[in-house]
Design a protein around this ligand. Structure first.
Ligand SMILES: [Zn+2]
Length: 150
């Protein structure tokens, strides 16, 4: 369904953390590059039901569609499926005495959050994502932009 939606330009973004620190707002840098976690129940996206696409706030890589978002009650924006297989990287995370799977942006390798296997069908997965590293674009705005650029 989304075969072409992912990354026409699939080049990986490589920057040092010093460079990222200059480019990114402090809260984004903390989560994306230092693998921090935003405080739960603080993201403006947690309860958002707007139709559109969620992008990586660091590099603009499309990550999740709004129709895969669900109310998990965990305090962070939650999705059951990424836009494409390559939009996300999975890493084993043994920190804090837990065995978890960390998810990073497939393009710039920014830390996004974790994925758990207690999500809803059809995937049974719960991508628990820090809202601060997400950038949302409404479908309607994207369409208008596309129309006006023709
Ligand atoms: Zn990214």
């Amino acid at each position: 369904m989304d075969k072409n939606q992912g990354t026409p330009d699939s080049s990986v973004v490589n920057r040092t953390n010093e460079e990222w620190q200059k480019i990114l707002p402090a809260d984004v840098y903390y989560v994306a590059r230092e693998k921090g976690t935003e405080r739960p129940f603080t993201s403006k996206f947690e309860h958002s039901k707007e139709i559109g696409t969620y992008y990586c706030a660091v590099c603009g890589n499309p990550l999740f569609r709004s129709d895969t978002k669900f109310e998990s009650g965990c305090g962070w924006p939650s999705f059951y499926e990424p836009i494409s297989k390559t939009s996300i990287i999975y890493l084993k995370d043994d920190s804090h005495g837990m065995e978890r799977t960390e998810v990073e942006c497939g393009k710039c390798k920014s830390h996004l959050g974790h994925v758990f296997d207690d999500g809803p069908p059809p995937t049974g997965l719960r991508y628990c994502i820090n809202g601060v590293v997400l950038d949302f674009k409404k479908a309607e705005e994207a369409r208008k932009k596309y129309e006006s650029s023709k």
